[in-house]
Design a binder for this molecule. Structure first.
Ligand code: HEM
Length: 453
């Protein structure tokens, strides 16, 4: 063949290969490829506690799938107005540039809240809502299937966040509140939903606000920056889709962890190595989602703090047993994938027990406990070199993620936001100057990086 062809074709091929690897990573929402794993896990329930825990998570919280399935339409009729109200009011929530005048902000928030209160009281019948949820609580899911229940959980959670902030970006007057009297229509369903999922907080969490906000077609239902610029809206879309995609990629990893555990227990070390190798390859794919998306061109630094993060915060509370409890909002630390892999490696949870109970659904906590309990790492012997190598590779990939996360997130947190006090969604208002607050957060991330062995 003509050598000039190679001179031209080779660089083109190299560039194409680089571009292909660098393409933005997104993942198909519906994931039919998982169904054989789900069937297999159900069959493995009696052989492995981790398989049983994963199967329970899929069946119950996931409505038969993982990431969890959410239906945002087929709800019992009395509940449908909730969704309409969120969507009707959504354009009134954000503003491109917040005022620095607290009176102006207060007025805007009061208008939003009173409109929401009015619509809720006109269209929602609280006793009917309670009847429906009380029926489910008896174990009768006939009129309210789990995927629809999931969609409803998301809707109430995001309505509560919308009422809590009543404007986007988050502003100082909203951050200064300590207690909020929610409308009865938003308070009444919440304890049922939280009991069902086994979480305590008044605020939502990554499952309620992010994972369940996608329908089976991968559409995100309750957006927060409706009507604002393309850069804000697409940054919002990319940011939240990343968390959903992570769980899509994580499911085969959970499956590999279960299989590796079973193989090890059954002394089939060759299979154990095979599953761990596959796990490492899948983990690389999962982390690519983060590496490809969390950058300025996909999630703009100039809009993230003001328009994307704030709504997911919380920072208010109530008196429980004579003590004031303040809840936090969402954080990447709620993501199941990292908690599960850490547990499989035998690490202690990142979150303290109190926060696990508040923000992490019970079935997700149970799965992590089982991965930790079944972690075979402490039982490895000198001769298990291949297994040890693969486990080290998992830890190495997690360390690389934690190092990258640490450097990538700081510029997002450093953006100027004169309309608010320093706050992260997951840690609420922070003390001290911006650089002191960032040092405090960075120390937490560094500590976890060092613990990852
Ligand atoms: C601009 C976006 C982000 C910022 C500013 C940010 C910031 C932070 C901060 C300050 C912490 C430590 C405090 C805490 O626990 O809440 C943290 C923890 C964490 N974040 Fe992020 N984060 C971002 C995006 C993400 C994404 C996209 C992921 C998922 C891939 C993620 C995963 C985690 C995890 C797993 C932790 C717990 C610590 C650990 O396991 O290493 N974060 N994040």
């Amino acid at each position: 063949m003509d050598s000039r062809f190679f001179l031209l074709a080779a660089p083109v091929a190299v560039v194409a290969a680089i571009l292909w690897r660098r393409r933005p990573k997104t993942v198909e929402a519906s994931n039919p490829g998982n169904s054989w794993m789900i069937r297999d896990l159900a069959a493995l329930k009696d052989r492995c506690e981790a398989a049983a825990a994963l199967s329970k998570l899929v069946e119950e919280d996931g409505a038969g799938s993982w990431p969890p399935k959410a239906d945002h339409n087929s709800w019992p009729t009395p509940l449908l107005p909730y969704k309409d109200i969120y969507l009707e009011l959504a354009p009134l929530l954000p503003t491109p540039r917040p005022s620095l005048d607290s009176e102006v902000n207060d007025e805007k928030r009061a208008r939003y809240r009173s409109l929401m209160r009015r619509l809720l009281s006109e269209r929602i019948n609280v006793p009917q809502v309670e009847d429906i949820l009380a029926t489910v609580e008896t174990g009768n899911w006939e009129s309210f299937p789990r995927d629809a229940y999931n969609g409803f959980y998301c809707c109430i959670a995001v309505l509560r966040h919308a009422y809590r902030w009543a404007t986007i970006p988050v502003v100082k007057v909203a951050q200064s509140e300590t207690v909020i009297n929610f409308p009865a229509e938003l308070d009444a369903p919440w304890p049922y939903l939280q009991r069902n999922f086994g979480v305590d907080a008044d605020s939502g969490n990554n499952t309620s606000n992010v994972l369940l906000n996608f329908d089976v077609n991968g559409e995100r239902i309750y957006k927060i920056n409706v009507g604002l610029s393309e850069v804000i809206r697409s940054s919002e879309d990319v940011f939240f889709k990343m968390f959903y995609d992570l769980e899509v990629m994580a499911f085969p990893i959970y499956y590999d962890m279960v299989r590796a555990i079973i193989s090890f227990e059954e002394k089939d070390k060759a299979s154990c190595v095979r599953y761990l190798r596959h796990l490492n390859a899948m983990l690389r794919e999962l982390l690519l989602i983060f590496y490809h998306n969390l950058n300025d061109s996909r999630v703009s630094r100039s809009v993230w703090l003001s328009h994307i993060q704030g709504f997911q915060g919380w920072g208010v509370g109530k008196t429980v047993d004579g003590e004031f409890v303040k809840y936090d909002g969402l954080s990447g630390n709620h993501v199941l994938a990292f908690q599960a892999i850490d547990s499989f490696l035998g690490m202690e949870p990142y979150l303290p027990e109190e926060n696990l109970l508040r923000y992490i659904p019970a079935n997700q906590r149970a799965l992590c406990l089982m991965f930790k309990k079944c972690s075979f790492r402490p039982r490895l012997e000198e001769k298990d070199t291949q297994i040890k190598d693969e486990i080290s590779k998992i830890a190495k990939q997690l360390r690389a993620f934690r190092a990258a996360h640490r450097t990538r997130v700081i510029p997002y947190l450093e953006q100027p936001a004169p309309e608010r006090f320093t706050m992260t969604a997951g840690k609420s208002v922070l003390q001290g100057t911006l650089s002191e607050a960032i040092r405090f957060l960075d120390d937490m991330m560094l500590r976890r990086l060092k613990e990852t062995m």
